[in-house]
Design a protein around this ligand. Structure first.
Ligand code: HEM
Length: 148
């Protein structure tokens, strides 16, 4: 298999379609998890609701967030080789790397909450809740407008 420019041939649009489908799933998870953590931060450590939020965040991670991110990356990289890595795509990749870091940070925060730590205040969580929206604006402008 050589990943030369244009290697996807007729499959290019199908790969791009599924890339965007899984982008929507991943973004849905990235919008939901910070919100879950805001509500969880209002629950006292040791209260029975902790187990409920732990289960909700765990399912969101296993069913939507992690599969979504992995498939977006795999299909995105396949598309990147097909297009031959233009400059706008490197900028997009940088922003998506940041978003993937945010994904990991959120999952780490949920793990701390499950251990009874309240590592982040509700105010901080409400603030970071804006990160997925701001990065999505930057990413979609880069990939649709291709400004450079
Ligand atoms: C994980 C790393 C990613 C890589 C390597 C990547 C790469 C690509 C490439 C090469 C294309 C094809 C562009 C074209 O055909 O003109 C594409 C399309 C697209 N990507 Fe990504 N992408 C990634 C993640 C994301 C994320 C996180 C989002 C949204 C938040 C996103 C949104 C889109 C959209 C909306 C399109 C369709 C653009 C069009 O039809 O013109 N991608 N992506």
């Amino acid at each position: 298999m050589d990943f030369a420019t244009g290697w996807l041939g007729d499959a290019y649009l199908w790969v791009k379609a599924f890339h965007v489908i899984f982008v929507i799933f991943w973004m849905a998870g990235l919008f939901m998890l910070p919100r879950f953590l805001v509500y969880w931060s209002q629950v006292a450590p040791g209260a029975p609701e902790n187990a409920l939020w732990d289960e909700r965040c765990g399912r969101l991670k296993r069913i939507i967030l992690n599969p979504g991110m992995i498939i977006v990356w795999i299909l995105g990289l396949l598309l990147g080789f097909h297009l031959g890595w233009p400059l706008w795509l490197w900028a997009k990749l940088l922003v998506v790397l940041g978003l993937s870091g945010f994904h990991g940070w959120m999952i780490g925060a949920a793990r701390k909450f499950a251990a009874g730590e309240r590592a982040y205040t509700e105010k901080t969580l409400r603030l970071v809740n804006e990160i997925p929206s701001l990065t999505t604006i930057a990413i979609v402008i880069l990939v649709i407008v291709k400004p450079f």
